[in-house]
Design a protein around this ligand. Structure first.
Ligand SMILES: NC(=O)c1ccc[n+]([C@@H]2O[C@H](COP(=O)([O-])OP(=O)(O)OC[C@H]3O[C@@H](n4cnc5c(N)ncnc54)[C@H](OP(=O)(O)O)[C@@H]3O)[C@@H](O)[C@H]2O)c1
Length: 278
């Protein structure tokens, strides 16, 4: 069985590729930069762009299943192309916020609806905050051991990308997931100093969190984080100080294994954070 993985170089997609190969499937890994993509796993690298649906014809032809990254502007064309090429099952990567996005900004919901409209088997994987967002703390942790951000009490449930991938892989590989929507979280609700402590536990280092004002954070991020992303993050953090994100049991329910903790995630990414390791 051949599976197409879009976003194959991304935080989740790279794990989907590996897990499918481990399960003995033939994998076509889609990237816009086929020349530069180094495949750790024996996947077939296919150069294609979701913003140019026709470029995906070669990847889709003869494949049974598709792991689809969200690109709303072309989602209808991509889903129909997959159908015409004989793909029978599509698993989307969307977001836990998919049905809470403001009207007119249905980034993920538009992709889900495009896939549903084909009549093919579909499953929507809707993760919350990726633990990989915390890679953004890497430089501060390496250089000073002090992270400065607003909303220290933002209570979120970071999820290991490999767990998001494991749920997607289960839906790609096995029957019984058609028509299901899987909201996902990590196994613990942690405020920011607790998230930092979980990383420190993996590194064997004392790390300190210092709360700063949103405007000071905006200034510090001006060159690296686009304004609309800043707005989005500040809104999510503010909201989760009032309404802590709940822990969901979906990863365990779908994969049969508990979701990985943030300390396990940090152990898997320790090179990024530098310092002493246990
Ligand atoms: N970060 C979070 O906390 C979070 C939470 C919930 C949901 N999500 C969703 O998860 C998805 C991935 O998130 P991320 O930001 O963390 O991504 P990421 O891991 O940085 O990966 C982005 C991937 O998208 C691929 N890509 C981008 N534009 C493409 C295009 N036009 N055609 C083909 N491939 C394209 C890139 O491949 P190449 O560069 O190799 O082409 C890369 O593999 C997004 O839809 C996001 O909304 C993220």
């Amino acid at each position: 069985m051949t599976v197409v993985v879009t976003g194959a170089t991304g935080a989740v997609g790279r794990h989907v590729v590996q897990q499918l190969i481990d399960a003995g499937r033939v994998v076509r890994a889609v990237t816009r930069n086929a020349m530069g993509a180094a495949s750790a796993a024996p996947a077939e690298i296919v150069g294609a762009d979701l913003d140019e649906p026709d470029s995906l014809t070669r990847a889709f032809t003869g494949a049974e299943s598709l792991f689809l990254l969200s690109r709303p502007a072309t989602a209808v064309a991509v889903a129909r192309l997959a159908q015409r090429c004989g793909v029978s099952r599509i698993v989307t990567l969307t977001s836990i916020l998919a049905d809470r996005e403001p009207a007119g900004e249905h980034h993920h919901l538009r992709v889900e609806h495009a896939v549903e409209s084909t009549g093919l088997e579909w499953t929507h994987v809707r993760p919350g905050m990726f633990a990989s967002n915390l890679l953004g703390w890497g430089e501060a942790i390496r250089r000073t051991g002090v992270v400065r951000e607003p909303y220290a009490d933002a209570a979120q449930t970071p999820i290991h990308e490999a767990d998001v991938a494991a749920v997607a892989a289960a839906a790609l590989l096995h029957d019984g997931h058609a028509g299901k929507i899987y909201p996902l979280s990590g196994p613990q609700t942690l405020i920011k100093p607790e998230q930092l402590a979980a990383i420190g536990a993996a590194l064997g280092r004392q790390l300190d969190f210092e709360e700063i004002e949103p405007d000071a954070w905006r200034q510090a991020q001006a060159d690296s984080v686009p304004g609309f992303v800043q707005d989005f993050l500040l809104e999510i953090w503010a909201r989760s100080t009032e309404a802590p994100e709940p822990v969901l049991s979906t990863v365990q329910g779908v994969t049969g294994r508990p979701a990985r903790t943030l300390t396990e995630w940090a152990t898997d990414h320790r090179e990024h954070f530098g310092g002493e390791f246990r």
